[in-house]
Design a protein around this ligand. Structure first.
Ligand code: HEC
Ligand code: HEC
Length: 317
């Protein structure tokens, strides 16, 4: 795969690279007479003189330097044959840095296997309570998740708080594990085409009233009607959300984006498209399981489901 928009760019770049090397060799060749005409003690004088007796000589380039120059050009050509570098040409060795990382990761995963072996037989609450698992879980979190969810897991605007409060998709071990391994993409469609700014403001006032925030008693009357028409399908008539499609609960004090009228109006008019990248290609199933337990443990471990908090038999698909 190459990143060029059209195949022509590959040839263009390859030509520039090869011409560059050819030019280097030509430059050396054009200066060759200094190498051959070498009488000890006699040096060509350029005739430039400064301050009376500061003369500019034309000393030949040392021989070792010339050889090094040629060797480097040959090395460069050899490198371009073996490795990618000539436009879209992949190189005879088929090397890619992505492949190298992947191989390193696989090697590492095999090495850490014994560390995780002990947890394979434990269910999620047991792992969440295990001191060693908590240390590993925290490290995994800091390395892989903290850049988005914060080092304290409390999130930020658009990044959910994993440590406390209600969650978008649910805090059952199953929901957490799916969020982590498959990723999530919360999509609220933009409704600016059907709802004008004034109505959006009224709906926002009504949404604020749902969680007991200060609101305008008059504007929420129309706001409620419009909410039921436009929003209830996803967020529920009672505003409690729908974990299956990731529509947040609007009746609590947990806000992904913020509770101000302006922010809610922005969600309504422009919609939201929020993506959590899938981790299943980056982490091993054992690591995902440990993280699931760690995140589950953060919230005090409520929400244990009927499946006995995902016993060891739960397959990670
Ligand atoms: C690139 C940023 C990013 C990274 C890295 C990331 N997340 Fe997320 N995560 C998000 C976003 C954004 C959402 C919300 C998705 C949505 O709104 O649908 C989310 C949602 C979640 C949820 C669901 C939250 C809820 O309220 O239901 C969990 C659980 C989660 N992430 C855990 C993790 C863990 C564990 C890691 C590390 C392995 C991680 N995330 C790495 C951005 C990220
Ligand atoms: C098709 C389903 C759908 C409809 C219809 C919908 N929403 Fe949403 N809404 C979502 C989803 C999904 C999210 C979460 C987006 C994300 O993960 O970032 C969301 C997020 C929000 C948020 C942000 C919540 C927070 O915690 O910051 C608000 C506010 C909101 N919606 C209000 C509304 C209102 C008001 C309407 C009606 C005008 C509406 N939504 C219609 C699906 C929907």
């Amino acid at each position: 795969m190459n990143d060029f928009i059209s195949g022509g760019w590959g040839y263009y770049i390859a030509t520039v690279v090869l011409l560059g090397i050819a030019w280097c060799l030509w430059l050396l060749f054009s200066q060759r007479k200094w190498l051959t005409k070498r009488t000890p003690g006699v040096v060509e004088d350029t005739g430039h003189v400064w301050d009376g007796d500061l003369r500019e000589l034309n000393n030949p380039v040392p021989r070792w330097w010339t050889y090094m120059y040629i060797i480097m050009c040959v090395f460069g050509l050899g490198y371009l044959v073996l490795y990618p570098g000539l436009g879209a040409y992949q190189g005879a060795l088929g090397y890619t840095s992505a492949l190298e990382v992947k191989e390193d990761q696989q090697k590492q995963n095999v090495e850490v296997q014994p560390v995780y072996a002990r947890f394979a037989a434990m269910d999620i609450p047991a792992i969440a309570a295990d001191p060693e698992a908590r240390v590993i879980g925290q490290r995994l979190f800091l390395n892989n998740c903290a850049q988005c969810h914060g080092s304290d897991a409390r999130g930020a605007a658009s990044f959910p708080n994993l440590a406390e409060g209600d969650s978008i998709y649910g805090r059952t071990p199953e929901a957490l594990q799916t969020s982590i391994s498959k990723g999530r993409n919360g999509v609220m469609p933009p409704m600016g085409a059907n709802i004008n700014a004034k109505t959006a403001g009224e709906i926002a006032q009504y949404v604020r009233s749902l969680s007991g925030l200060a609101h305008d008693q008059i504007r929420i009357i129309n706001g409620k009607r419009e909410y039921l028409n436009n929003c209830a399908a996803c967020h529920g008539a009672d505003g409690k959300g729908n974990k299956a499609i990731g529509a947040p609960n609007l009746t609590d004090d947990v806000w992904l984006y913020g509770s101000s009228e302006a922010t809610i109006v922005q969600s309504i008019l422009n919609g939201r498209n929020n993506r959590m990248p899938a981790q299943e290609h980056l982490l091993t199933p054992e690591q995902v399981r440990l993280l699931t337990a760690w995140v589950w443990g953060l919230s005090g471990g409520q929400d244990v489901t009927s499946s006995a908090a995902m016993s060891k038999t739960t397959a990670i698909k």
